[in-house]
Design a protein around this ligand. Sequence first.
Ligand code: ADP
Ligand code: MG
Length: 611
Amino acid sequence: MSEIIRILPDHIANQIAAGEVIQRPASVIKELVENAIDAGASKIDVFIKDAGKTLIHVVDNGIGMSEIDARVCFDRHATSKLKSAEDLFALQTKGFRGEALASIAAIAHVDMVTRQDSSDVATKIVIEGSKVVEQTVVSAPIGTSFSIKNLFFNVPARRNFLKSEAVEFAHIEDEFLRIVLAHPSVHFTLTHNDVNKYTLPASNLRKRIVDVFGRNYNDRLVPIEVVTGIITVVGFIGKPEFARKSRGEQYLFVNNRFFKDTYFNHAIVSAYDNLMASKAFPSYFLYFEIDPATIDVNVHPTKTEIKFEHDKEIYAILKSGTKQGLGKFNIVPTLDFEQETSFDLPWDMMNKPAVEPSIRVNPNYNPFQSAPPKSAIKSSGASPALQNLGFGAPKVDPASWENFYDVEEDEEQEQEVQQSKLLEVEEVEEVSKRSKFLVHGQILYSTVKSGLMAIHTVAAQERIIYDEIMSSFILQPIESQQILFPIDYALSRADIELWGSYQKTLNQLGFFWEVSDTGISMYGFPNYFQETELLSAVSLIDQQVKDDQIDKGEMAHNFILSMSSVAARGKRDWDEEACSNLLERLFQCPEHQYAPSGAKILASVNAQDLF
Ligand code: ADP
Ligand code: MG
């Protein structure tokens, strides 16, 4: 018997690896520019000829390489960025595989000149098809420059597969923009066939976006800043009216690395529901900052797909963060919204061990007796979950919520008129002592310094309950209450299975059940429900569980949305204390203009506009 297995020589292995890493000229540019960033460059110039087919030249002013490293860097698995397997979980660099230069050198002619600060001279290496053909000492500035010529010279199938110059240049531009948007503090230029395409001086993020996409972008962007224990998301989203017909500027970055994610894209885009045409694509530039140990960038050779340990929570955070941003932008222009709102989950929450959902049994609870007051709108002594967790804790004392909606007086204009009116308003206030009254059992009117404000109680409750459930869902299971007479709900075997697949999510939301012969017996409910709502809550869950149109990841958010909608519709006894409570809690919500379903919560009128 003769052996037939052979170890491939390096240059063949590299050529095969190159097929994965280097698909087209744009991939070379991506790898070289990322290396330059990893080398700490503050200025990176890219020159290309014929969309990179003839020449790709990248010059950086980074740390450069020693004579020995200059030679070694072209070996496969040669990297300065990873020393041990543990480093994989704390990656801060773009590269780490040590594959790019080996791959490029295997399929092109490469000239590299590199010099470190500590050296007076530079090393020049010329390499063709993995073979070093020249190594010399030359003079050059500090940093590294790569010239890649005759790409795919020895892989004709690849070379012939390349598209037209316009298409290849479009790919290059895509890669280039992904990098420049992730690194606004680095100066970049891109020159194609001696024509300068981009000159992007070091700046901040907003300026970088405007430098890339044009000055009119400045008015199209809404800032986003969400700080939670799991993730920090900052950046900009586009105003809905500027959404485009084709997928346009949609950028996600995690720890300054561009990535694609249809799941998160869905979270962001669905926050625009009802705000733009259904076929439109909003633009967004969102930057995640997250503990590298909770993501896996290793799933794809070109690393644009990333796995997130907390993807469900991030989905919910993204969706409500985007909605919040849009809500802030949708404001009534005459009102003053200086109050900065942001999610602010304390970091140490993440380090706490996951809490098993627990059930608190209330032996006195009987759904057939008149309901004890157990709504989410508790007395003011009870600390709302959001407040406890610092989730959107307002920076303004909630007790003085009246001030949030005071119209800022323009002192320069009509000063005299204003003063007489102000006086009137204050008098009205003095008389009314900020009185509140309920009309049609649903609309709560209250005086504010500048006039009158109307609050839709159902929409307000929906917002309060939604925020409360959402924050609990993210950080801890929602408190569940066991009822004396469980609600039996008929389900087929298959549907029981289906419910089972959402058990973890539903338990976390406070729902507990036992399986019976004919269906399920629901005995644990989150405590914000009134007894009369229990059955509708079960059937709502059932509808959603069976709706295969709903994305699985969307499910938790959908549950929360419909739970808050059901719970908000429950009848309440609106006495003076309940009304005060409602207002107080509403103004602790970061978004208090709109309910999560999109319904408007409040309207106000300035007293001076009335007469
Ligand atoms: P990786 O980036 O995954 O480490 P590469 O093959 O892209 O692998 O690069 C190999 C090594 O060469 C890098 O780890 C780095 O040490 C060095 N290197 C590559 N490009 C540059 C550069 N522009 N400036 C300084 N060092 C570089
Ligand atoms: Mg690299």
